[in-house]
Ligand binder design. Structure first.
Ligand SMILES: [Zn+2]
Length: 149
């Protein structure tokens, strides 16, 4: 009688783990900004779409990075689509605020100007809720009869 045996660690092929060298530090992209009439160089986020030299700031803490806006156009019965779930990256790198100068996602339910500032954990939780909503919406749509051509 042959008893099957589990491979032991000794007979497993030896795996050599070669440590990957850390990537070289990325130098920040430096751009021109104007503060009290003085042209200075400031690090700018890769996602930032702001022309920092176009505005003369009163203080360096007023400098903000903003990314491109995304939104979901929702068809309406009357008029054009309403854009909802407006979101963009934002960062006030020199401000002493609750984000400590770190980036966040700015989220507006609709174009009301009421912005919620979302960090990673809350953003992931909201993403899960939004995906579940879209799945439920798709389920509603699939209950409809097929349209004739
Ligand atoms: Zn920027």
């Amino acid at each position: 009688m042959t008893v099957p045996t589990m491979p032991s660690e000794a007979s497993a092929p030896e795996v050599t783990i070669t440590p990957t060298p850390p990537p070289p530090p990325v130098s920040p992209r430096l751009v021109a900004a104007m503060v009290r009439g003085q042209r200075i160089a400031v690090p700018c986020a890769d996602w930032c779409v702001v022309d920092h030299a176009a505005e003369d700031l009163a203080d360096l803490s007023d400098l903000a990075h903003y990314g491109a806006r995304i939104s979901l156009p929702v068809p309406q019965f009357s008029g054009g689509p309403e854009h909802v779930l407006i979101a963009y990256m934002a960062q006030w790198p020199f401000a002493r605020d609750e984000h400590g100068g770190l980036p966040y996602v700015a989220l507006e339910a609709c174009d009301s100007g009421d912005v919620t500032e979302i960090r990673k954990t809350a953003g992931r939780a909201f993403t899960d809720q939004a995906l579940a909503h879209i799945v439920a919406f798709a389920s509603l749509v699939e209950q409809l009869p097929e349209e004739s051509a």
